[in-house]
Design a binder for this molecule. Structure first.
Ligand code: 0RQ
Length: 493
């Protein structure tokens, strides 16, 4: 190899205080692992000697603890976007130690290109293959790689030898052109390929290569519990009924599903339905359940921006690469989450809410209105443009002290105008074609926990007038009761 092969600590010396660094990866899948830790060590040393060291960080979505966790603990990130889900990073953001922009994942690359954000001067990329002529083959996540690799002046590659070069061929890499006169994206089926199998850069930009050997950092999923199973069954049943009613074509439609255990459980149930035919996924994260359903022939094709799978599932994919390469495509997020394609191919989107209000507005990101949990991720890209948009949530959180169905959301991510269906373990609220009052009745009756139904009904009848009757005196009393007394059931309505 004609590159400068160095240790992670040596590579970290190439990054300076104030740099804007673009990282590979989407969720913990495909993120660099050793250079970020080395950078964190460097930041700690510099801080100990009284010198500043902080960088701005872009990546496709969240990352793993080896990246966001290590850098957050070292207080080495001044600015982060567009998504995060690591405990220490969240704490820094909520404490204003790190500025964070929570934004739709589909727009990150173009926002960087448009100059809305500082230009990335360094890219740190995990790859499974690097050729002397500058071809970089990513590992399990694509995210914003094409843009950051093109724009960065310096590229550091973590060549992860645990991922075989034969992984090449799973990616479909393309970077959008920008307005005016952007052309349509010629993608009509989940499995269409419109780009290259690698990222091509000027090899002179690759200033360092660090050889690593790591399995993926993605965690194993939890066992499904009763609540999760009930939500999954309700969603699967709803989709079957939509097919029976002729509102979903007999061939079914591509599914997008968010991250986490509920999403994984729903996929299992939809996949095991006797009524729903084998289907396609057009999504951002491909999780464990998808891998099994591909093996069983229930999912014909899965397109995403990452293989957010546990190490065990990654091993299964690597052991049968020829089979999976025909059935999985990994794309940049501006393609996986493209509103144009979502609307064109008619995606059924399934995402998770932290809380929903009785009129159908959804908060996916902020606890009690102010503390960020993770972010909206791609949920907005899909919800706004979906054929049917579904939000799931357990009806309560923190052992029933919190109702996930509230009079008014304490933070708004997805508005009543975009949310079609809400599902909890109690049932489904189908909001399509309903007025605010009708939606409220449907959500309270079908989705709220029994302890909270009387309070929500009382709120709805509490005298507010108008098309959407919001009582300005009491609409946040659920949240106030939790903040002051630790139990939303004590809310005065
Ligand atoms: O807190 O861990 O302290 O107990 O929130 O809740 O039920 O474990 O659910 O892990 O699936 O996360 C919305 C955060 C759900 C996630 C969210 C507390 C609850 C618990 C987590 P503890 P659960 P999950 C694809 C699309 C937005 C982005 C998205 C998410 C913790 O799914 O980030 O969908 N989604 N992107 O106790 C206060 C409430 C609460 C609450 C739950 N109403 N108030 N706390 N919790 N409800 C992904 C990408 O784009 C990459």
């Amino acid at each position: 190899m004609n590159y400068n092969v160095v240790t992670a600590d040596e590579a970290a010396l190439l990054i300076q205080h104030g740099d804007t660094v673009g990282f590979s990866g989407f969720t913990a899948a495909g993120c660099p692992k050793e250079v970020p830790s080395a950078l964190a060590r460097r930041a700690e040393e510099l801080h100990a000697s009284g010198q500043p060291f902080q960088i701005a960080v872009y990546s496709g979505a969240s990352s793993g603890d080896k990246m966001d966790g290590a850098l957050a603990r070292a207080n080495a990130i001044s600015f982060r976007m567009p998504y995060q889900n690591v405990k220490d990073m969240r704490a820094n953001i909520n404490a204003h130690k790190t500025y964070y922009t929570d934004t739709h994942l589909s727009t990150t690359s173009q926002d960087i290109r448009y100059g809305f954000l500082p230009e990335p001067n360094v890219a740190i990329v995990e790859a499974c293959q690097l050729t002397d002529n500058g071809e970089i083959v990513p590992t399990f996540g694509v995210g914003i790689l094409p843009t950051i690799c093109r724009m960065a002046k310096k590229i550091i590659v973590e060549l992860n030898v645990a991922v075989p070069p034969a992984f090449r061929g799973i990616h479909d890499i393309v970077e959008l052109s920008d307005p005016p006169y952007r052309r349509e994206i010629p993608l009509y089926h989940a499995g269409d390929r419109i780009g290259r199998d690698c990222i091509k850069v000027d090899p002179k930009k690759i200033v360092a290569v660090v050889i690593t050997e790591h399995n993926t950092e993605v965690n194993q999923f939890n066992e499904t519990d009763e609540v999760t199973s009930a939500i999954a069954a309700n969603v699967a049943h709803f989709l079957e009924n939509e097919m029976k009613a002729g509102r979903i074509p007999e061939s079914f439609l591509p599914i997008q599903s968010g991250v986490g255990n509920v999403a994984n459980a729903i996929l299992k149930d939809v996949g095991n339905s006797d009524y729903i035919p084998p289907f396609e996924m057009y999504t951002e994260v491909i999780q464990d359940a998808v891998v099994d359903l591909i093996k069983w022939g229930r999912i014909k094709m899965a397109s995403g921006s990452s293989l957010t799978c546990s190490p065990q599932k990654i091993d299964e994919i690597l052991a049968a690469l020829d089979f999976f390469k025909k059935r999985i495509v990994l794309r940049p997020t501006e393609i996986s989450n493209s509103p144009e394609i979502i609307r064109r191919i008619g995606i059924i989107s399934i995402n998770t809410a932290l809380e929903a209000d009785i009129f159908g507005n959804v908060n996916s990101s902020h606890v009690l209105g102010s503390r960020i949990m993770n972010g909206i991720g791609g949920s907005g890209d899909f919800t706004r443009n979906a054929y049917i948009s579904i939000f799931t949530t357990p009806s309560t959180a923190k052992g029933e002290l919190i109702s996930s169905i509230v009079p008014m959301v304490s933070h708004l991510d997805h508005s009543e105008h975009s949310v079609n269906v809400i599902a909890t373990e109690y049932g489904i609220a189908d909001l399509r074609g309903k007025s605010p009052i009708q939606r409220a009745e449907e959500i309270i009756e079908n989705c709220a926990h029994p302890d909270y139904k009387p309070l929500l009904h009382k709120y709805l009848r509490s005298g507010a007038k108008g098309h959407t009757p919001i009582n300005l005196d009491t609409c946040f009393n659920f949240h106030k009761a939790y903040a002051e007394k630790g139990d939303m059931r004590l809310a005065e309505m």
